[in-house]
Design a protein around this ligand. Structure first.
Ligand SMILES: Nc1ncnc2c1ncn2[C@@H]1O[C@H](COP(=O)(O)OP(=O)(O)OP(=O)(O)O)[C@@H](O)[C@H]1O
Ligand SMILES: [Mg+2]
Length: 305
């Protein structure tokens, strides 16, 4: 084969490579909701979830935002089978959730809730992380290995023998995450998992999850009222009255400042700062959205001049 032909083939391969690498990601959602509806039996006639459909791909970080009562927590409970949908289908890694496979599917989904104090069952950090594995009969040695490994990942190995009650809020949530990670889930659902933490604890937990997402290609569905956290997500789902009313990249959602107010949401700090700078005649280019990116831009383009 001529050199020219070789180069041509290499060129074609290079063009096709992203499709091979991303193929799995692009075709097969790790989580799929199809026309889900749910009404709590106590409040007949009022949808908590109304025709909710979306797709999430492996390795994505999705932030679910929306006013109080918009159905965020209910949707999370439907995904891991704590509640059963009235109609519609939920697919996890291609499998339709049903009464037969619910336990198997639940193992693919880890959930961490808001209150760090309500999530402990073990007397020590070690026991606590082991608890989920004891339930599914993981052999003792394997269990110990996984406990150490999970605590290592959330940087809490030094606290193995400590009592959970003695930890800070951020440390407690990291232990809760370790308990979930030890079961090797594909999807991690955080339901306001950082909302009771101080800024340091919040940042510790988010950094931990971010590292896990990157290392293990973990998919994260984070229900949050923290719009600064949401600004760092790959995509946002906006919920209102049980429906998905908008989805897209943070920069696409947060530029619609007027609609955010209409949806009952605040503006993230970076958007407020951006607006304020514009009001003072400093044109910030579109796309500089997260606080970090905005600060970097200000630093390199304005303050150093
Ligand atoms: N256990 C329950 N019984 C009856 N109704 C419920 C129950 N839990 C939630 N609801 C109702 O379902 C709707 C959705 O509630 P959900 O808790 O999913 O909202 P949310 O978006 O998580 O809100 P928040 O931001 O306050 O956590 C609301 O109208 C709520 O009042
Ligand atoms: Mg909720």
């Amino acid at each position: 084969m001529s050199v020219k032909a070789n180069i041509y083939i290499l060129f074609l391969l290079e063009l096709a490579l992203p499709f091979f690498v991303l193929g799995d990601n692009m075709d097969q959602p790790i989580l799929e909701l199809e026309h889900i509806t749910y009404t709590y039996p106590e409040v007949k006639g009022e949808f908590a979830i109304n025709d909710l459909s979306y797709k999430v791909y492996a390795g994505e970080w999705i932030a679910v935002i929306g006013q109080n009562g918009s159905g965020k927590s209910t949707s999370a409970k439907l995904i891991n089978g704590l509640l059963a949908a009235d109609s519609g289908r939920i697919k996890v890694a291609g499998e339709v959730l049903n009464a037969q496979n619910i336990w198997e599917i639940r193992r693919k989904i880890g959930m961490v809730f808001q209150n760090p104090d309500n999530q402990f069952v073990g007397a020590t950090v070690e026991d606590d992380v082991a608890f989920g594995m004891e339930n599914i009969g993981v052999p003792r040695e394997e269990m110990q290995r996984r406990v150490y490994c999970a605590l290592e990942k959330v940087r809490m190995s030094a606290f193995l023998k400590r009592k959970p009650a003695r930890l800070s809020g951020g440390q407690k949530q990291r232990v809760a995450i370790a308990g979930v990670i030890a079961l090797s889930p594909k999807i991690l659902i955080l339901d306001e998992a950082t909302s009771m933490l101080d800024p340091k604890g919040r940042s510790e937990v988010l950094q931990t999850v971010k590292r896990l997402k990157e290392k293990k290609n973990l998919t994260v569905l984070s229900i949050t009222h923290d719009l600064d956290e949401a600004a760092n997500a790959d995509r946002l789902f906006v919920m209102k009255e049980g429906e998905l009313i908008e989805s897209g990249k943070p920069e696409e959602i947060f530029v619609q400042a007027d609609r955010l107010v209409e949806w009952g949401l605040d503006l993230p700090f970076s958007v407020r700062l951006n607006k304020e700078l514009q009001r003072r005649g400093i044109e910030v280019p579109l796309g500089f959205l997260t606080e970090e990116r905005l600060v970097n831009w200000l630093w390199t383009s304005i303050l150093r001049k």
